[in-house]
Design a protein around this ligand. Sequence first.
Ligand code: DGP
Length: 120
Amino acid sequence: MSASRNGNAPADLFLRIVAGELPATIVHSDDLVVAFEDADPRAPVHVLVVPRERHETVAELAAAAPATLARLVQVAQRIADERCGGHFRLVFNSGEDAGQSVPHVHGHVLGGRPLTWPPG
Ligand code: DGP
C-alpha cells in the first residue's frame, strides 16, 4: 500500500473505492467522478465526490483536468438538489494543516442542517 504525505490514509484509498475493491455506499458514478457516503458523517448529508483519476489537491485537479472539476461541482449540486433542497457546502481540504487526511482530491458535500461559519 502506498504511503501518504498527508495524514495517515493510504494514497490509493479512494482509488480502491472507485475500483470497487473497498466497500462504500456509492450514490453516483460516471466516466469522470464517483460519489459515496462519507464514513464519518458530520452532517445529515455528507457525501464525498472524487475524480476517478488521482490528483492530490483541488488546485492540481483544476490545472490537470478542469472538466473533471466542473463535473465534480455539477454532481455535488445534483446531490444537494436531491437531498437538501439545493443548499450545501462544498469543502476541499487542501493540505494537512487544512485537515486533508486522504491525498486524493475530494469534495465534501455537506448539508441537511444549518451550517455554522466560520468552520473550526
Ligand atoms: P479529509 O479529512 O478532508 O481528507 O476527508 C477525508 C474523509 O474521508 C473523512 O471525512 C472521512 C472519509 N473517509 C476516510 N476513509 C474512508 C473510507 O474508507 N470510506 C469512506 N466512505 N470514507 C472515508
